[in-house]
Structure formats: structure tokens, C-alpha cells
Design a protein around this ligand. Structure first.
Ligand code: DUC
Ligand code: ZN
Ligand code: ZN
Length: 466
């Protein structure tokens, strides 16, 4: 049985036009005007609605652990589906003593296969840069994991990476088209500021932002760019949050270097002031890099519109407020004990539509590029992120007339709070198809656990293109 989605406005990263999409066997079979269908096919009337490619969220954390506290995992990936995202890419920290692929495959088997409700891939995170691990990097490409991240932040934690590791990773990665990504913050600067603030008794969540100001991000971004120049390799900077780091990326790009970056939905709408909320509520907004001020948000909107940044991810990180965020509360505790990260899996498209498209900051085609098309290309997913014949039938029928309020209560992230609590929502993903299977109907998740599949990425993703 096939599905005919009729009379919608089809939006791609290139253009938008009225038409029908016919899907069968998990693929897009035809696009056109007044397409016919078989008697037993389902027909979805998309009149007055937009048909978008399913989102690709290239930055989620389902396995992240901070000071022994672990986030919610793939059992909550239906939240992505309800938010119009049909492919997730998860960062998996290499386990000490294990190889990169060994770690990824063990995690995949135990925590994703048979559980995920949307399609998925993985970025390796190198934590143990022994010679044999560096030698393994090109093999990631063959195994379907063509990206690897290093954490420049988090001094003293097992996943922190120094310049030696980054340079070696960049050099090795380029031999096989593995895209190297960095979380760019200067770990020593943060360490010095954190110790100073705590010694001064400045321990509340707000001081998280004071401990890692924009210069911390700008310095690490610039350093990573120079390491990439020396290696002659492309570089991808995750979660860019401030004007200064943006400037470093622009300048490198203008010098002819292949440097690209993303930002994340929370940096576009939340503020440093959220960290100052009373009753320890500021802890809900502790993520790294830290939230910034209005002038940085404005610069980020401009950057995503003008293609200085090429993707918007969620950096979803599902820690509860009641227990986990309170690890930083009480005698002898500080902002440095609060697990970093905020849940944002479900609202990525809702934020981009309501506060981007509806406020005239980005066009619908630009949204599709940032939400779906470019993240697919960066990660070598050549059947995802676009509406055309032969692509996977991952599609969102988006109703622009819907009105609602974002809240943890109407959210499947499995976390006891939402950083977007009370935010107005214009429009919503009404129907979502994953490889032709309807997984969201009338805004409600109707799929099944385990319906998601591993999608291997191909090497030489978009960061390698001129
Ligand atoms: N920053 C976060 O806020 N969460 C997860 C990891 C990170 O670097
Ligand atoms: Zn990060
Ligand atoms: Zn992250």
C-alpha cells in the first residue's frame, strides 16, 4: 500500500511549490500535480499545509554522563518524531580501554537497536587518543561512522581532548574523509574562572555563564581553526553561540579554509538571564557553552540566515531538574556540579518555525536547509534530508494554523521540565512519515518502539566539498 500526500506546499532547501507526493516501499516514488493512486492507497489531504523533509538532528545526547548522572536515552526518541525529526545522530564517548568502533557497536546493540523510534547514526567521541586509536580513525568511515568529535572543554574529565589529540585526529581523519568536529571552549580558562568564582562564594547557577564567557569559546574556536589549517583538514564547530566565535569562522572561511559550524535552538531564544531565575530554577538552563545575551542571539539568527552557520541542532540532553540538576544545590555545591545540558529534542522545528519563520528571520526554504538538508549532507546521509524521487519517505505534513504552548506536560522527552516552558507555539508537525510508515498522526505519536533503523553515513560529507 502506498500513500498519496495531496495538495500540499512542498518545501525543499531550494524552492517551494504546490503538488502531490506519492510514497511506497519506504521511498518517494513520484512528485507532481494531480498524481493518481491505487484504490487501497492512503490519501492524506495536505491542503493549506506544508510538506517538509523529516528533520535530521545531528547533535543529540542519549548516552551523556556528567559526574555519574546519565541522560534519558533512545527510549524517548519518539519526542523527536512528534517534533518532525526522523533521523538522530548521537555522540558516543569512547570507553577507556576500548576502541572507537568497539564502543559504538556495543552502545548501538545495547541502547539503540530495537529501541529507537526514528532512524539513527552515531558520531564517535575520541577520549583515549593512544596511537592505535588514532590509527583506527579511517576505519570509522568504512564502518558507517564518518564523523568524530573532540571536547576541548571539561578539564579533568575523561572526555577532555588536548591540542595534540585534535591535531592528530584532523590529520588522520582527512585520510579517509572523516569529518572532525569540536566542542570549542578553552578548558583552562573555564577552570581558572570556576575556581575563582567558587572561592568568592559565587556558586549559584548564574555564575555558570560568568565562568565561560564568549572569549573562552572564541579562543578555542580560533585554535581549532589553526590546528585544522596546519592539518589541511576541514573542521566542523558544534554549537556556536557567540559573535566572537562566529567572527573566527567567517574569517577562516574568507581565507579559503573549510570551516563550518552549527548552532542550536536554545541559543536562538534563551538568555543568560534565564540562569538567574530564583529557587535554583536557573539550573535548568545550565548547558555548555553557556546561554548568551540578545546581541549574540541576533548575530546567530543573521548567521543562520546568511549561511555563515549551516545547521541548527538541538544538543538535546535530558537531565531531570528535581534530582539531577540539584546535584549542584546545597552546602559545598556549586554551578560546576550541575550536569550540563537541556532537553530540547521535541521543539527544534517548533522554535525555528515560530521564532524564525513567523518572525521573518529565516525563510521556509532556509529552515529546511538548516533543519534537515544540510545536516544530512554533513553526515553523509544521502537518502535523507530532501524531497525528491528516490529519497527515503521521511516527510512532515506541517500545519501552520495550529496554536499551542510548549510545556514539559505535552512533551515526550521524559524529562521533568522543558527550558521552553510557556513558549507560544505557532504551527506543528501534524503527520510524520518515517520511510513511509506513519509515526505521527494528528500530532500524536503512533509509531512503535524499534521502528528506527541505523543509517550508515558515507565519508567525505559536505565539509569536504569546495
Ligand atoms: N554541553 C551540554 O550542554 N550538554 C552536553 C555536552 C555539552 O558539551
Ligand atoms: Zn558540546
Ligand atoms: Zn552536545
Amino acid at each position: 500500500m502506498g500513500v498519496l500526500i495531496k495538495n500540499g506546499t512542498i518545501v525543499t532547501a531550494e524552492n517551494e511549490f504546490k503538488g502531490d507526493v506519492y510514497i511506497a516501499g519506504g521511498k518517494i516514488i513520484a512528485i507532481g500535480a494531480k498524481l493518481g493512486h491505487r484504490p487501497d492507497d492512503e490519501v492524506v489531504d495536505a491542503t493549506g499545509k506544508y510538506v517538509l523533509p523529516g528533520g535530521v538532528d545531528q547533535h543529540v545526547h542519549f548516552s551523556f554522563t556528567y559526574n555519574g548522572s546519565k541522560v534519558r536515552g533512545f527510549e524517548t526518541s519518539n519526542a523527536a518524531a512528534v517534533g518532525g525529526t526522523t533521523t538522530l545522530i548521537e555522540f558516543v564517548n569512547q570507553e577507556k580501554g576500548k576502541g572507537l568502533i568497539e564502543t559504538l557497536e556495543a552502545y548501538k546493540a545495547s541502547d539503540a537497536d530495537g529501541i529507537a523510534m526514528v532512524d539513527y547514526g552515531f558520531h564517535s567521541v575520541m577520549t583515549d587518543p593512544r596511537d592505535e586509536v588514532i590509527e583506527e580513525i579511517p576505519k570509522l568511515a568504512e564502518a558507517g561512522y564518518p564523523t568524530m568529535k573532540l571536547f576541548m572543554a571539561y578539564k579533568g574529565m575523561f572526555f577532555h581532548a588536548d591540542d595534540d589529540a585534535i591535531l592528530k585526529a584532523l590529520r588522520k581523519g582527512k585520510e579517509a574523509g572523516v569529518t572532525i568536529m569540536v566542542h570549542a571552549e578553552n578548558a583552562d580558562m573555564i577552570d581558572v574562572l570556576t575556581k575563582q568564582l567558587i572561592a568568592e562564594g559565587k556558586t549559584e547557577p548564574y555564575y555558570h555563564a560568568v565562568s565561560r564567557p564568549p572569549v573562552v569559546e572564541a579562543e578555542a574556536t580560533r585554535r581549532a581553526i589553526y590546528l585544522a589549517e596546519l592539518a589541511g583538514a576541514p573542521l566542523y564547530v558544534v554549537h556556536v553561540t557567540c559573535k566572537e566565535a562566529l567572527e573566527e569562522i567567517k574569517q577562516a572561511y574568507n581565507r579559503g579554509q573549510a570551516v563550518f559550524g552549527e548552532t542550536c535552538s536554545h541559543y536562538l531564544v534563551l538568555d543568560t538571564e534565564d540562569l538567574a531565575r530564583p529557587n535554583f530554577e536557573g539550573a535548568k538552563y545550565v548547558c555548555s557553552p553557556a546561554l548568551r545575551t540578545a546581541e549574540h542571539r541576533q548575530a546567530l539568527w543573521q548567521a543562520v540566515d546568511r549561511k555563515w552557520l549551516n545547521a541548527i541542532s538541538s544538543d538535546h540532553c535530558g537531565f531531570d531538574f528535581a534530582e539531577q540538576k540539584h546535584m549542584g544545590f546545597g552546602e559545598g555545591k556549586s554551578f560546576a556540579d550541575i550536569p550540563n545540558g537541556a532537553p530540547s529534542l521535541q521543539n527544534r522545528l517548533n522554535i525555528l518555525w515560530t521564532y524564525g519563520v513567523c518572525e521573518g528571520k529565516i525563510s521556509r526554504t532556509r529552515l529546511v536547509d538548516l533543519f534537515s538538508t544540510m545536516p544530512a549532507k554533513i553526515n553523509g546521509l544521502d537518502t535523507k534530508g530532501h524531497i525528491d524521487v528516490g529519497y527515503d519517505a521521511d516527510l512532515v505534513v506541517f500545519d501552520p494554523e495550529y496554536r499551542g504552548i510548549m510545556s514539559a506536560q505535552n512533551n515526550l522527552e521524559g524529562v521533568d521540565y522543558s527550558p521552553f516552558e510557556g513558549f507560544e507555539q505557532k504551527g506543528r508537525p501534524e503527520t510524520v512519515f518515517l520511510r513511509g510508515m506513519k509515526i505521527v498522526d494528528n500530532g500524536t505519536y503512533v509509531g512503535q518502539k524499534g521502528q528506527g533503523r541505523f543509517v550508515p553515513g558515507k565519508p567525505y560529507g559536505a565539509a569536504y566539498e569546495d
